[in-house]
Design a protein around this ligand. Structure first.
Ligand code: ATP
Ligand code: MG
Length: 374
């Protein structure tokens, strides 16, 4: 049972003094502090000064009726969560329905039944307290999440600088010492370089993720020919693909209109889709990239002949660390589950879309689109 305390304030608004008195007495006998008002305007002013925990509101009042008072309460961010119980006469079913539509949580009928009024008050005070507790927990979670993002961003940022130095020096040493190195030593340098590259990629993804989660993903947009970053990405990824005996073909329907986009971010999008297509496909398969202009959008698709993604797992794709049962086909490839989340957020920041068609056993086709300015 909810304990009624002196600190639990209940406002009662009714233009009939007898009703007001009766309800006031009932509530006071349960230990609540009651603030009684004969008209809505005064009640609203008092609520704004000191918001009560619950409000009883008569429907039919001469100056401002209960629905109007409720509407004004719901329009005020400070007052909108206070539960409102309407007071209605037994026969007025239409009014009761309207009361819920106006934002009321409940109603009591005249003549008042003491036990019923009390049960409804206790229920709505309990629900309100649960709601306040939930809001408090949400704020706490949000604060913790912000702290996590801040930490993630700082850690990733601080790791990137020394790692960049390690990679640069390794490259320099490998270059200068190359005439003296045995084959095995050279392969050690290759391993050092590929591991550093992988780590820098991961750190950049973590930085992007923390920026996305805190709402600070930056994009710099210009009117650009989108085929430029796409072709560049196909060329670079084509080299990695050929190591796996996978070919990437690119086709373009026509001369595409320029789009308002961040060319580096779009390259990041296509890089992620191509690296996935390569990573999750078997050697000897093909990848097709296609660009077209359709219904005020430029649409880019990446189709692979990989294993496909089971439909019931597809909801995980665009979540942070959302991996599916589809694993990389080479044990040298690593999977973090951040790539598609970043891709989706970049597309959202461009006012674009991303979607896929996938058939297990046949392959997956990812599409992303950018709006074309009229
Ligand atoms: N073309 C694809 N074919 C089959 N499965 C895919 C394909 N692309 C993505 N997936 C599945 O979706 C998951 C999420 O992909 P996502 O790119 O977000 O992360 P990742 O590739 O695991 O890691 P990274 O953060 O390095 O990109 C992958 O782990 C994989 O299970
Ligand atoms: Mg990926």
């Amino acid at each position: 049972m909810i304990e009624a305390t002196e600190r639990t304030n209940i406002m009662v608004v009714d233009d009939t003094p007898a009703n007001l008195k009766l309800l006031q007495k009932m509530l006071q006998s349960k230990g609540y502090r009651v603030l009684a008002f004969l008209d809505g305007e005064k009640a609203l002013n008092a609520a704004a000064q000191s918001p009560p925990d619950l409000i009883f509101l008569d429907i039919k009042m001469p100056v401002m009726n209960g629905f109007e008072v409720c509407e004004r309460l719901k329009a005020d961010a400070e007052l909108r969560d206070i539960p409102v119980i309407f007071i209605s006469a037994l026969a007025e079913t239409a009014d009761k329905v309207k009361a819920f539509a106006a934002g009321g949580v409940d109603y009591v009928t005249k003549p008042f039944q003491f036990e019923e009024v009390n049960a409804r008050v206790e229920t709505h005070l309990r629900l309100r307290r649960q709601q306040i507790e939930l809001q408090r927990q949400q704020i706490e979670l949000q604060t913790l999440n912000d702290m996590k993002n801040h930490f993630l961003g700082m850690a990733a940022h601080d790791l990137r600088t020394p790692l960049g130095a390690i990679m640069g020096i390794t490259e320099l040493l490998a270059d200068q010492l190359s005439p003296l190195l045995t084959e095995k030593q050279s392969s050690f340098f290759d391993m050092l370089l590929s591991s550093s590259k992988f780590m820098i990629g991961l750190i950049n993804d973590l930085l992007d993720t923390s920026a996305i989660e805190s709402g600070y993903l930056t994009i710099e947009r210009w009117m650009v020919d989108i085929s430029v970053p796409i072709k560049r990405s196909v060329e670079i990824n084509g080299m990695f693909a050929s190591l796996k005996n996978i070919s990437i073909a690119i086709s373009c329907q026509e001369k595409l209109p320029d789009v308002f986009a961040d060319i580096n971010r779009i390259e990041q999008v296509i890089n992620n889709l191509l690296s996935n297509a390569i990573k999750y496909s078997q050697p000897g398969t093909d990848i097709a990239v296609h660009l077209r202009h359709e219904n005020n959008e430029v649409i880019i698709s990446v189709a692979d002949q990989g294993p496909g993604i089971p439909e019931k797992e597809q909801h995980k794709l665009f979540q942070a660390f959302g991996k599916t049962s589809v694993l990389p086909t080479s044990k040298n490839d690593r999977s973090t589950g951040l790539g598609l989340l970043i891709v989706k957020k970049i597309m959202e920041a461009h006012g674009g879309r991303i979607w896929l068609l996938s058939e297990p056993g046949k392959g997956t086709e990812f599409f992303f689109s950018l709006p074309v300015m009229p």
